[in-house]
Design a protein around this ligand. Structure first.
Ligand SMILES: [Zn+2]
Length: 145
């Protein structure tokens, strides 16, 4: 669980707990987060002190990502992916073939995951097929029990 300081359009600052950064983004996009004081759903992360301190430093680009922040972001992403995998179909070694067919419109779009060699994965990316590496360990159904 992580806590965010949020601010509504009426400038009320309040704290809210979320399972992950991704969960916050999702709930906010769905309008599920409301200000406890006025019920406003136009909420955003309140600006934290470190960001205010960096104000004189504008134009310096994005702030450096700490290893901790990177790890947290990766963990949030892995968590999101684990959730997506619940509704995704394991296609094993046929992954590249199926992903390509879907991209070409030869097969109905559906969430799939499977195995691909590095060369296959690179070829898919080159062809503009949206693929992403798995961040969570997946046990192929044929290897279970
Ligand atoms: Zn408010």
């Amino acid at each position: 669980m992580i806590v965010f300081d949020l601010k509504c359009s009426g400038n009320h600052v309040f704290e809210a707990w979320f399972k992950s950064s991704a969960a916050y983004a999702e709930q906010r996009a769905q309008g599920l987060i409301a200000c406890p004081l006025c019920g406003d759903r136009e909420v955003a992360k309140a600006v934290m002190a470190p960001a205010v301190a960096a104000k004189g430093n504008q134009g310096a680009g994005t702030p450096p990502v700490t290893p901790e922040a990177f790890k947290a972001a990766l963990a949030a992403l892995a968590q999101l992916q684990a959730k997506q995998l619940e509704t995704s179909q394991w296609v094993g070694k046929a992954f590249a073939e199926k992903a390509r067919a879907m991209h070409a419109g030869d097969a109905p779009e559906a969430p799939i995951h499977g195995q691909a060699t590095l060369a296959e994965a690179k070829a898919l990316v080159d062809e503009g097929v949206p693929v992403a590496p798995l961040l969570v360990p997946v046990v192929p159904p044929e290897a279970r029990n």
